[in-house]
Design a protein around this ligand. Structure first.
Ligand code: GLY
Length: 596
């Protein structure tokens, strides 16, 4: 071939490449590159958006937001707690640096673990009675924290921006301070009173209350709050990565505090703590695939059971509604309560840490099992609580956020200290709070925890075991006729055991009842969990007429201002909507990526 021919071929090749490039550009310009965040506060919303604008993956935004919330949302945002992350990666091969050709959705378990020195009777007295509040307040209430290693692991696998850059917004907020919102000041005030009341009878060192008071005193609504010790901790994490927390200076600070306060967490507990990538719960529902939290969360199984049993009895529900014996909301509440009775009975019996107990996931979600289970309910009367047995033969302050980036990658993340401000223990030198997640174990079979849920042997305390959770970071996927899978929803909420029923109701509100994202989140929610007997918790917006009907049926009604703080993103006709629960201080935004 002559040199001239070579040049011509090269020129042709260039033109072809240019055309291809232009085509790609025009296709991607024509595509709507929407991104969305639904976050528990304005700082985390701003930081997540900023990270996405810098070219970050949804996971980068999630990591930066989680560290930000540890500063600006100390009720639940944390370094000293743990959580779960459900993820969807739109381009499998590129997004997953591990080269794993597994499905596009993943689940990261960074739940706390019981310290090695924990034992089944650690919260019982000599008569084997539960010592009140031992698992809730003070040093012995904490599990080994998982948050820092969880965020590190997510970033290692999916992150695009440097780790250090993701911590910088949180460092700035901790060092320069932020203006304390009213709800944070009020919750801190309430918690301080609660702590003082509970510590003394529980025989806990009053230094816990004094430590929390020193932490919470500057939390005055409208005043700037600076956290220099936390800024230093975050700087160590930015510079040294997770090792600073599990082996380095922060580990030393935690262990020193634990030793002084009678806690159980040791250097070895921290050094050996590991996160787990687990198979999420996947279940078909309507035209969607539900992807949610597997054990040690009860959430994914419970939500799938609720949705599937509801489908199985939908025709009967519609018939009862047409008959008109009960107004719509009263009938709906009764229906949901009947479904929940069965689900929470299974939760108590079968669910625990899958590294310790065998959880019969497939059987609990099988069509035949759910069909049989759903048959027993009646649309006029309440099933007797005592007769709802497990079916197989043989806290309220957590925080959730939802993110979708411009490429369709999604993160649904719920993490927690358990109660607002956790155990009340402040690691003073490091500027953060410790969790009281040990209360999510069943202290003794049949004795309820702070959320009133009862557990059995499957969730008994054991060294290095993870306590059962209700946290349910959930993603709904839809695959189109071309085989392209997109995220239809990203949703989750705090709320202890009511997380399950809140996520269930919000999904039904959007995808069955056709409510907008904001309506679906803000509309009245109800909650029942088998025990206390026939008790229904409800948002204050439940109508008087509905309450009268439910009372006549035999329900005990209990008003609850707080049944979660749902953060939802949903997609309809290829347009994203985002909604933050208006009962909280969340912020939701949808925007076109090229607009930034
Ligand atoms: N600590 C609340 C939960 O994990 O469900």
């Amino acid at each position: 071939m002559t040199q001239h021919a070579n040049h011509s071929l090269y020129a042709l090749f260039r033109i072809l490449l240019l055309c291809l490039g232009l085509m790609t550009a025009s296709v991607s310009q024509a595509e709507t590159k929407q991104a969305a965040v639904s976050m528990p506060d304005r700082h985390s919303a701003q930081v997540a958006r900023q990270i996405l604008a810098q070219g970050g993956h949804a996971v980068d935004a999630a990591v930066a937001a989680a560290f930000t919330l540890a500063v600006t949302y100390p009720e639940a945002g944390n370094l000293g707690g743990g959580g779960f992350m459900t993820l969807f990666a739109s381009a499998r091969d590129e997004a997953d640096k591990s080269g794993d050709a597994s499905p596009q959705s993943w689940f990261l378990d960074y739940r706390e673990k019981a310290p090695k020195a924990a034992d089944q009777d650690m919260y019982l007295d000599e008569e084997k009675a539960v010592i009140p509040f031992q698992s809730l307040v003070g040093y012995k209430a904490s599990g080994v924290p998982g948050t820092v290693k969880g965020l590190w692991a997510a970033h290692q696998r999916f992150g695009r921006l440097p780790w250090k850059d993701l911590l910088q917004p949180a460092i700035d907020l901790a060092r320069n301070g932020f203006v304390v919102p009213e709800s944070l000041a009020t919750t801190a005030d309430w918690y301080q009173g609660w702590l003082e009341e509970k510590l003394s009878p529980a025989g806990q060192p009053l230094s816990v209350a004094a430590g929390f008071k020193a932490f919470a005193d500057p939390l005055q609504a409208g005043k700037r709050w600076r956290q220099p010790a936390l800024a230093n901790t975050l700087t160590s994490l930015a510079e040294q990565g997770e090792a600073a927390f599990y082996q380095g200076v922060i580990a030393d600070q935690m262990v020193k505090a634990m030793q002084a306060g009678g806690g159980l967490i040791t250097h070895q507990d921290l050094a050996e703590y590991q996160v787990r990538w687990r198979e999420p719960i996947r279940a078909d529902w309507l035209d969607y695939e539900l992807v949610s939290a597997p054990p040690p969360s009860s959430g994914g199984i419970a939500i799938a059971q609720l949705l599937k049993m509801k489908q199985l009895r939908q025709a009967d529900f519609d018939k009862a509604r047409n008959k008109g014996d009960l107004p719509d909301m009263a009938l709906r509440t009764h229906f949901y309560a009947e479904l929940a009775k069965r689900v929470y009975a299974d939760r108590a019996e079968y669910l625990g840490d899958p590294d310790f107990v065998e959880v019969p996931v497939a059987r609990l979600l099988s069509h035949d099992y759910l069909q049989e289970r759903a048959q027993g309910m009646d649309f006029q009367s309440i099933s007797k609580t005592e007769t709802i047995r497990p079916g197989l033969a043989e806290s309220t302050d957590t925080t959730h956020f939802s993110i979708i980036d411009g490429e369709g990658n999604a993160v649904s993340n719920t993490y927690t200290l358990n109660m607002p401000f956790g155990s009340g223990v402040v690691i003073d030198a490091a500027g953060f709070l410790m969790n009281n997640e040990m209360d999510d174990f069943s202290q003794k079979p049949g004795v309820p925890n702070v959320f009133g849920v009862i557990g059995g042997e499957a969730n008994a305390i054991a060294p290095e075991k993870r306590m059962l959770s209700s946290m349910s970071p959930t993603i709904l996927l839809q695959t189109d006729a071309n085989g392209q899978t997109n995220v239809a929803a990203v949703v989750g909420t705090p709320g202890g055991s009511s997380i399950i029923t809140s996520v269930f109701q919000v999904l039904v509100n959007v995808f069955e009842r056709g409510l907008s994202a904001q309506q679906a989140v803000d509309t009245t929610r109800v909650h029942h969990q088998l025990w206390p007997k026939n008790e229904i918790k409800y948002h204050p917006t439940l109508s008087e007429a509905t309450k009268d009907h439910l009372t006549l049926m035999g329900y005990q009604l209990k008003q609850h201002g707080y049944l979660g703080d749902v953060q939802l993103i949903s997609r309809h006709n290829n347009q994203l909507s985002a909604a933050a629960d208006q009962r909280g201080r969340g912020v939701a935004q949808v925007w076109e990526m090229h607009a930034d």
